[in-house]
Design a protein around this ligand. Structure first.
Ligand code: FB9
Length: 495
């Protein structure tokens, strides 16, 4: 096909109608269209989009040509002066509608008289002008070559339709050649050594083409933020805690943190309880005893909560609701180390990991989030040091003008909510929570009486959603996160 097109253009300069050309050469129209498009892409040809109106007979039109127009067939069923009922005549037609159309047209031609129930032929001689006109349309499908009123009437009677036939006028393109020269993309060493490059056509170099997109890996924006927080805490001299136990016993998640067994946070509405294994196998016996005393009262200078503490309640397995149990575990190790060495060594720890809350999910809350927690264990720490370290931490995150609001946590006293000016939101926002761990917790763990532990916490998701200007957490975490968000987000950097 390609050679025939190029030769035709060489001899005649153009192909006025691609459809007629395809018919003359018995080309498959679709394949021929593909060849023209391929020649267009390589600028061998230029294509001018044209279209032509063409008359096409409908099924009713074809039936009229074959069997006569409906009005003619109706009159042919009657002798001159003969009357027949419509019920009888309708059997010779597709349906009532066709008989009615035939009757109306025959009345218009003054061939019949019609009553409600019967038809009588009045005309002697009748000619099927409709069938004759349809025949004449088959000779030339160009509607402009026929009487406009006739075309309109036949269209109205749904015997013809006018189709737009698209075709091209084909002419020579800027790169026209009488024969397609296969262009190659790459210059090879062989071409250079044999000199064949001189007779080779090379594809034009498209200097505007974009480089091939490299499918690189990308750090999840949340992990980039976690790494930023981790760097700040490491720079401030904090060590990262082990946080590999998503499942904790209620003992470590609540009881060790001096959270009473009746505390609402321990209810099913807030906490995920495991059904299998429902309870943990072991609890540290000494610590268990100390925690029991702390809750029931009468130890560590505290009246406790004065209720009957139940070990079976503490043994229940849950999805941890915060990372503070990890802090409790690391403080137990610190207490044991102190007893072993006889010397307490101040420490700074942090954790960043997933925690789980059995809460209603919405646009900004899932049933899990990542908690960031920092703690300092040292002699005689006060709110002064706590506000100092929080200030330094948030300053490095671009949060200034910190304010503190007293609050309640079962495991810290005093406790404070932290607020700060956010440069992106340009307003004061809640940025975390903090406090000094209670003696009922620290002494039960076995830490020396003059050691205090200050701590604070925040989340990863909240700052990330602010930073990336997201209003739905599902665009940050989970299976609905748009891949382009993961691929296109700039490397994270704090203000
Ligand atoms: O992250 C929070 N807000 C926040 C933090 C940073 C930020 O931008 C910085 C530039 C990077 C912007 C906002 N919040 C804590 C405050 C609110 O979002 C709050 O509505 C949601 N909180 C979570 C808990 O929700 C159930 C955030 C999460 C939270 C709250 C408290 C703690 C940890 C996480 C804690 C603690 C704690 C207290 C004392 C001792 C030890 C730990």
């Amino acid at each position: 096909m390609e050679d025939i097109v190029l030769r035709e253009l060489n001899e005649k300069g153009e192909i006025p109608n691609s459809l007629e050309f395809a018919e003359q050469h018995k080309f498959d129209v679709k394949a021929f269209d593909g060849v023209l498009k391929s020649l267009l892409v390589t600028d061998y040809v230029a294509l001018q989009n044209l279209d032509v109106s063409e008359i096409e007979l409908t099924e009713d039109g074809k039936k009229a040509v074959d069997q006569g127009a409906p009005e003619y067939r109706l009159v042919s069923l009657l002798k001159v002066g003969e009357e027949k009922s419509k019920d009888e005549l309708v059997k010779e037609f597709k349906d009532d509608k066709e008989l009615t159309l035939a009757t109306n047209k025959a009345m218009q031609c003054k061939w019949i008289k019609s009553s409600k129930t019967s038809i009588t032929r009045t005309a002697e001689e009748v000619k099927d002008e409709t069938a004759k006109a349809l025949h004449s349309l088959l000779e030339s499908k160009d509607p402009n070559k026929h009487d406009k009123a006739l075309i309109q009437d036949l269209k109205k009677r749904k015997m013809i339709q006018i189709k737009q036939i698209k075709y091209y006028k084909v002419s020579k393109g800027n790169s026209y050649k009488t024969k397609r020269v296969v262009e190659v993309a790459d210059l090879t060493a062989e071409m250079l050594s044999k000199g064949t490059w001189k007779d080779t056509a090379f594809k034009k170099l498209n200097t505007n083409a974009m480089g091939k997109e490299i499918a690189t890996g990308n750090f999840h924006p949340l992990w980039q933020m976690r790494d930023e927080f981790r760097s700040i805490l490491l720079e401030l001299g904090f060590e990262e805690m082990k946080t590999d136990s998503f499942v904790e016993s209620a003992f470590w998640d609540f009881d060790v943190l001096f959270t009473a067994q009746q505390h609402p946070a321990r209810e099913m509405q807030d906490t995920f309880y495991l059904s299998e294994p429902a309870t943990c196998k072991t609890l540290p016996a000494d610590l268990c005893e100390q925690v029991k005393k702390a809750h029931e009262g009468g130890s560590f200078g505290s009246i406790g909560y004065r209720y009957k503490w139940k070990e079976e309640e503490a043994r229940k397995n849950i999805m941890r609701t915060h990372t503070t149990p990890c802090s409790a575990r690391v403080l137990l190790l610190l207490a044991e180390e102190t007893k072993k060495t006889g010397k307490f060594k101040p420490k700074k720890y942090f954790s960043i990991d997933r925690v789980f809350r059995n809460e209603a999910t919405d646009a900004t809350h899932l049933f899990e989030f990542h908690q960031v927690e920092g703690l300092i264990a040292d002699f005689n720490l006060t709110l002064r040091e706590l506000m100092g370290i929080i200030g330094e931490f948030f300053k490095r995150l671009g949060i200034t003008n910190l304010k503190y609001k007293p609050t309640y946590n079962p495991y810290t006293e005093p406790s404070m909510e932290v607020y700060g000016y956010h440069p992106t939101l340009k307003k004061m926002v809640e940025v975390g929570n903090s406090g000094i761990f209670r003696p009922e917790m620290l002494l039960a763990l076995g830490l020396p009486e003059d050691v205090s532990v200050i701590a604070w916490g925040l989340s990863l998701e909240r700052p990330a959603m602010i930073h990336y200007k997201l209003d739905n957490i599902r665009n940050l975490l989970g299976h609905q996160v748009p891949l382009k968000f993961l691929k296109n987000n700039p490397i994270f950097c704090l203000p």
